[in-house]
Ligand binder design. Structure first.
Ligand code: 5GP
Ligand code: MN
Length: 321
């Protein structure tokens, strides 16, 4: 009963590590950091993600090794930063992976515990913070490569140590990683202070659509906007995190229409307001202050449904406090 991640890793030789679709800095950093550490133990590791590593994370050592077509057979799968199996995307669809044990390492409060072993810690700022703990438990000495990948995860998920869940533990983890050679200033500069001009152009277009409805600020992104701005990614270029800085809002939402008819909905909230349950009710997931989901439908219909659900959640949360 007491199977731990360490015992499963100990017994495994060919390990497939998978992070979530549309990977963020924590997903990529945890994937690469754990991959490097397991190789130190002599394990064969394949690092997989259904979507490409975003260019801002190409500076991380090993980012070019991430594949969307894992080859061969595996005796263990480790999922990172994924709250449900669908977040693994098409890399997990292969018949060959049915029955392979899964270690599920994640910090999302909405995790549905789909693994053989589930290590889910919603008090961790990031999956990378948990991976650091695992690497230490496995007795792998830290080096600059592992430390840089893991610090990238902590820095991005705490938005530079600014989120309310930034604990002493997270700060101490960061110190450990800096001591091992991770370049904090370089990471911070890389992930927060530089962005493609296309992102800024997309903001300019999307910000025209901003509306405030009660405590909710929202904006839209359409395929036409992305085309006009030369924006080639699927995300919101950080727009939801920007919108939640509006004094007047408790909740920010970006409705991001994809070419395939889906609308990706990204939400942020101020401390004390929880948007993760609404995300879960629409089939997605996330954290109290940052959550999301994808849904089929037209932009106006989705918007109406989601704003109604968020207003309801906001009212319930405000009446109970
Ligand atoms: P973002 O708005 O940055 O895309 O996502 C914010 C948070 O919500 C992240 O923790 C992310 O993992 C989670 N999230 C976003 N979209 C989805 C989704 O479609 N499904 C699930 N399970 N979580 C999501
Ligand atoms: Mn994360």
């Amino acid at each position: 009963m007491d199977t731990t991640p360490e015992t499963l890793i100990d017994e495994a030789q060919r390990i497939l590590l998978i992070c979530h679709v549309n990977p963020d800095g924590d997903a990529v950093g945890s994937l690469l950091g754990l991959g490097w550490a397991l190789r130190k133990l002599g394990k064969q590791c394949t690092l997989a993600c259904s979507d490409p590593v975003p260019p801002i994370y190409h500076y991380l050592p090993g980012s070019e090794m991430v594949t969307n077509q894992p080859q061969g057979t595996f005796d263990l799968i480790i999922t990172l930063d994924c709250s449900d199996l669908r977040r693994l995307g098409e890399v997990y669809d292969s018949q060959d992976l049915v029955g392979v044990p899964i270690i599920n390492i994640d910090h999302h409060v909405t995790n549905v515990e789909f693994g053989t072993v589930n290590w889910v810690d919603p008090t961790a700022t990031s999956t990378a913070e948990m991976v650091l703990e695992l690497v230490q438990r496995l007795g792998v000495p830290l080096n600059q490569t592992i430390a840089t990948c893991l610090l990238n995860g902590i820095v991005t998920d705490t938005r530079g140590f600014r989120t309310p869940n930034t604990t002493r533990r997270a700060m101490e983890a960061a110190i450990t990683l800096v001591d091992a050679g991770a370049p904090l200033a370089k990471i911070t500069n890389q992930v927060f202070n530089r962005r493609p001009l296309a992102d800024i152009r997309l903001w300019a277009e999307a910000l025209r659509t901003v509306r405030l409805e009660g405590p909710i600020i929202w904006a839209e992104i359409t395929p036409a906007m992305r085309r006009e701005c030369g924006f080639t990614e699927e995300g919101d270029a950080g727009l939801a995190s920007f919108l939640i800085t509006a004094n007047e809002a408790d909740i920010a939402v970006v409705f991001n229409q994809q070419a395939n008819g889906r609308v990706e909905v990204g939400m942020r909230s101020v401390p004390g307001v929880d948007v993760s349950a609404v995300a879960l009710s629409f089939g997605g997931g996330g954290h109290p202050q940052a959550a999301g989901f994808g849904i089929n439908g037209s932009l106006p219909t989705v918007r109406e449904q989601v704003i109604a659900a968020l207003k309801q959640a906001w009212l319930e949360q405000n009446s109970s406090s």
